[in-house]
Design a protein around this ligand. Structure first.
Ligand code: ADP
Length: 283
């Protein structure tokens, strides 16, 4: 079986600048892959290329064995897309939004009706089916977007910041949905700014910065590479961070300090590594 998503030496040039710069990345079937990076790093552009919304300037993007430039329609049949921009139409009802999407994918009427009932039930929006979308909460709208993206039974779901702006409880509910879909075999590529989201959902992580992939692996691998222990030292109103291979090593170093004022140790986390690599905070 071909990989779910395969990017080979991909470039995207806007106004003479490589906003995606020689990106190579393979996402396996059944994986939940998290793409992180500061604003402007090229995450959305990468998703837009993989979902056929914009063409790569150079290189190859192959989704489920299909080339995004030469086999656009085949790619689109394999994927569901939940982007910030492709929001649902507020003046249509929940059902009408689903119906429109089903027709766009040429799903036959009887099958379409059944799939709409199924997926609205799955995301717990069955009782809102006749309400206009503009009356739904942010979390409900996002669940509707997910239900809509799933209507044609895609193998791979792309989610661009799926829980941005949602309260913690609603975010958790979406995480459960994403996890459950993954357990059913769906591959996911998501972008996010939330560390807990990555920790809860993602099997592997890629960090993009200025269009380049600067780190790739599991969170455990990241911590091994950069250090599993952190020594924090307060200097005025800011903190200095120093990595140690282990928490024990950080503690041993702290023990040796004659003056431990303003110093503390803890296990490292993704945020520490992200800041170390990019110089930016995650959100
Ligand atoms: P991210 O999703 O990581 O925040 P984007 O992929 O949205 O980053 O953007 C990467 C860079 O490409 C940014 O500098 C952005 O301004 C630029 N960019 C994105 N889309 C376009 C476009 N359609 N035309 C010109 N520049 C663009």
């Amino acid at each position: 079986m071909p990989a779910a998503v395969c990017l080979r030496n991909v470039h995207k040039v806007y106004n003479g600048v490589d906003v995606v710069n020689d990106l190579s990345l393979t996402i396996g079937n059944g994986e939940v892959f998290g793409l992180l990076g500061p604003n402007g790093a090229g995450k959305s552009t990468t998703i837009r290329m993989a979902t056929t919304l914009t063409r790569p300037s150079d290189g190859h993007v192959v989704v489920s064995g299909y080339d995004v430039v030469r086999q656009q329609l085949d790619v689109r049949r394999q994927i569901g897309v939940v982007l910030q921009q492709t929001s649902v139409d507020g003046d249509l009802t929940v059902w009408e939004n689903m119906e429109l999407h089903g027709r766009m994918h040429h799903i036959p009427a009887a099958q379409r009706r059944q799939a709409i009932v199924n997926w609205l039930g799955y995301v717990e929006l069955a009782d809102r089916r006749d309400d206009k979308v503009k009356t739904l909460s942010g979390g409900m709208k996002r669940r509707l977007q997910i239900a809509r993206a799933l209507l044609h039974n895609p193998k791979i779901l792309f989610l661009d910041e799926p829980t941005v702006g949602l309260d913690p409880q609603t975010r958790r509910r979406l995480w459960e949905i994403i996890r459950d879909l993954n357990r059913q075999g769906m591959t996911m590529l998501l972008t996010t700014h939330y560390m807990e989201e990555v920790e809860y959902l993602c099997d592997r992580i890629g960090i993009l910065d200025q269009g380049k992939l600067i780190e790739l692996g599991t969170l455990a691998q990241f911590r091994q590479r950069h250090g599993e222990g952190i020594l924090m030292t307060q200097r005025g109103d800011r903190w200095d961070y120093r990595f140690f291979p282990t928490l024990e090593a950080a503690n041993a170093h702290l023990d040796q300090q004659p003056d431990k004022t303003g110093m503390m140790t803890r296990p490292s986390n993704l945020e520490d590594i992200f800041v170390e690599l990019t110089g930016h905070n995650l959100d």
